[in-house]
Design a protein around this ligand. Structure first.
Ligand code: BT5
Length: 272
């Protein structure tokens, strides 16, 4: 099909040493995250491998939510890493992914991209933050070390306004924001080219936290945190991020709570 992502085109644009060099393209698949983890069940997938597809029939968000995108319109891919870093750094891969996608989009377009804690990329449109990128990291921790981690990234690239999915945060696409189609191959190669050095820095022990924090829109906002284990709700203000990327929420009594990305949903009173 004429519109599919071509390995040769992408390889020609890559400046990476290892990221994205092993490339598996699927016209259609359940979920690239599930598929790459299954393929790696015996540890045989090379680090830096990308699984990419034109359509997911069972695209996954966090907490059993769905990621839905029309065929051949977007970027839907997963990358496999073997970080071997302490489990407390679990959020680092999400941070690196956020930064790589932001740097790539801001290199190729005039769009300004921000982060809605913990893993959404948003852009400002019609006086409201709109989500157009979702990131899902699934890792395997052995003896306190993150042995294998898969980062799945979904970017709404060329979805027309009338085909955007139903979503909690208003959805958009790059095409809707920019007013014209964006080349998916160039965007993917630029993301991978930005990703590899950012990952290498993190892998050598340099935290991506400060750079990531600069792009967050969540600090200072009123939030409702719903804890999954007991369904308790905390109403308060997001006041800071701790060194591991967890959100610190101050409730109405002045008490501070540390909120992990993995087990909460976050909503804003001001409807974002
Ligand atoms: C995410 O979850 O945002 C992570 C999405 C990760 C998708 C990638 S695609 C490649 C790889 N393979 C997979 O199977 N997954 C990864 P979460 O923060 O839970 O957000 C999910 C929510 O976003 C849904 O409940 C909807 O409200 C909304 N949503 C679904 N599809 C959307 C879209 N295309 N654009 C904007 N919002 C969407």
């Amino acid at each position: 099909m004429g519109n599919e992502l071509q390995k040769a085109h992408i390889s020609a644009l890559l400046t990476t040493n290892w990221l994205g060099r092993s490339y598996q393209h699927f016209p259609e698949i359940g979920s690239t995250n599930v598929a790459i983890r299954q393929a790696d069940s015996d540890g045989a997938v090379a680090e830096g491998t990308i699984f990419i597809t034109e359509y997911q029939s069972a695209g996954k968000g966090r907490l059993n939510r769905k990621w839905e995108v029309p065929k051949e319109t977007s970027l839907l891919f997963s990358l496999l890493f073997r970080p071997n870093w302490p489990a407390e750094r679990a959020q680092w891969l999400t941070m690196v992914g956020c930064l790589a996608v932001i740097e790539a989009i801001e290199t190729l377009t005039a769009v300004t991209v921000k982060i809605k804690w913990p893993n959404d990329l948003v852009l400002w449109q019609n006086d409201v933050w709109h989500k157009f990128v979702g990131i899902l990291v699934e890792g395997e921790v052995v003896d306190g070390q993150m042995k294998t981690a898969v980062i799945g990234i979904g970017i709404n690239v060329n979805i027309p306004a009338h085909q955007l999915p139903q979503a909690n945060t208003p959805p958009t696409s790059l095409m809707v924001a920019v007013g014209e189609k964006i080349g998916r191959e160039k965007l993917l190669a630029t993301i991978l080219n930005k990703f590899e050095p950012l990952y290498n820095q993190a892998h050598s022990g340099e935290s991506p936290l400060e750079k990531w924090k600069e792009k967050l829109i969540t600090i200072g906002q009123n939030v409702t945190v719903t804890q999954l284990n007991n369904h308790n709700q905390i109403l308060g203000i997001a006041v800071d991020i701790d060194p591991y990327g967890q959100l610190i929420v101050q409730d109405q009594n002045g008490q501070k709570h540390t909120v992990q990305a993995g087990d909460v949903t976050l909503r804003n009173h001001i409807d974002i």
